[in-house]
Design a protein around this ligand. Structure first.
Ligand code: AMP
Ligand code: TRP
Length: 333
């Protein structure tokens, strides 16, 4: 049976290789399978949990749509829309925030990381963010949610919220409890400058990530400058536990070439990093440069991108409004 897929990406600019290998590449495969119904959401309500420049945000929304399409998602085969244009997300998030418990949210590690030392100054939205994410998913009865490994905890929370709602209001299976789809080995791409930190849009140094808008020269240069260690390439998987930068580059290579880590290790064991880096840079440039060019081309046609969103919003509203009406009835409004 086909799956009902829902996932979201924040329009906060600088979409990078981690987003691509951890999430978007998987969206494309799921979207290509005609048995699946796919909904991909540009989560602009999530983006404003930290300060955004309004003018830049508007462009970043379009850039996220352009990235989906340039990566291979066919808008005719699924729904691409932005969250703030479907009011049911905000309404659903409020109702679910009365179901979710403080104790559950207090455990969320992403909030702790993003809020940093001064939690008192973090927005309330940043704290309740996973409840909005639960509303996103549950409004569409999604069966599967493809995400990177950093979102696993939020999905578990979503499952808890769905189950508690169903129990509290005695509506068995009304909110569908979704399954995460996380690509085990490749679900966390790390910074090119520090193998213990995840590749991230917010990292100051641009050399720490490959942006999906980088050109061939930038990609090759970033791989040349990527951190490694003085030893030759690893001989077996066990070595990767204490050679995080080597591990990350091998993960990236394996994911790009659809091979296993073990096979990639065999191909390069004992060789110098420089030889491996040359191969990796070529693979990356071949994969990312066409996407980068296509994003830039699509961004010149704002009208086309806006039309895709409008069409998606219309379709998403139909589904989400039905569900939120039932939710309101159930809670007694
Ligand atoms: P975000 O940009 O935070 O909205 O993330 C969009 C998607 O990319 C989510 O499914 C994340 O789990 C995934 N993602 C973000 N950063 C990484 C990374 N460094 N490695 C793997 N997946 C990532
Ligand atoms: N929180 C996700 C992230 O930061 C984005 C997101 C919002 C999402 N709503 C979602 C992902 C629903 C999957 C399903 O990456």
């Amino acid at each position: 049976m086909g799956k009902k897929i829902f996932s979201g990406v924040q329009p906060t600019g600088n979409l990078h290789l981690g987003n691509y290998l951890g999430a978007i590449k998987n969206f494309v495969d799921l979207n290509n399978d005609n048995d699946n119904e796919c909904i991909f959401c540009v989560v602009d309500l999530h983006a404003i949990t930290v300060k955004q420049d309004p003018k830049i945000l508007k462009n970043n929304i379009r850039e996220t749509v352009a990235t989906f399409i340039a990566s291979g998602i066919d808008p005719k085969k699924g729904i691409i829309f932005n969250q703030s244009s479907v009011a049911a997300h905000a309404e659903g998030a409020w109702i679910l925030s009365c179901v979710a418990r403080m104790g559950w949210l207090n455990r969320m590690t992403q909030f702790k990381e993003k809020a940093g030392k001064d939690k008192e100054k973090a927005s309330i939205g940043l704290y309740s963010y996973p409840v909005l994410m639960a509303a996103d998913i549950l409004l569409y009865d999604a069966t599967h949610v493809p995400v990177g490994d950093d979102q696993k905890q939020h999905l578990e929370l979503c499952r808890d919220i769905a189950q508690k709602f169903n129990n509290d209001f005695k509506v068995d299976n009304f909110l569908r409890v979704p399954e995460p789809l996380i690509q085990n080995e490749f679900s966390r791409i790390m910074s090119l400058k520090d193998g213990s930190k995840k590749m991230s849009k917010s990292e100051l140094s641009d050399l720490s990530r490959i942006n999906l808008t980088d050109d061939r020269d930038q990609i090759i240069n970033k791989i040349k400058k990527a951190k490694t260690d003085p030893l030759p390439m690893p001989q077996d998987v066990k070595e990767l536990n204490h050679r995080l930068e080597a591990k990350n580059l091998l993960v990236i290579y394996s994911s790009l070439t659809n091979s296993t880590i073990e096979n990639s290790i065999k191909t390069f064991m004992g060789k110098n990093f420089s030889e491996f880096k040359e191969r990796l840079a070529a693979e990356l440039a071949d994969k990312i440069e066409p996407i980068s060019k296509e994003i830039k081309k699509l961004l010149e046609d704002k009208k086309y991108l806006d039309e895709i969103l409008l069409d998606g919003v219309e379709k998403a509203n139909l589904i989400a409004n039905k569900k939120i009406e039932r939710i309101k009835e159930i809670v007694g409004f």
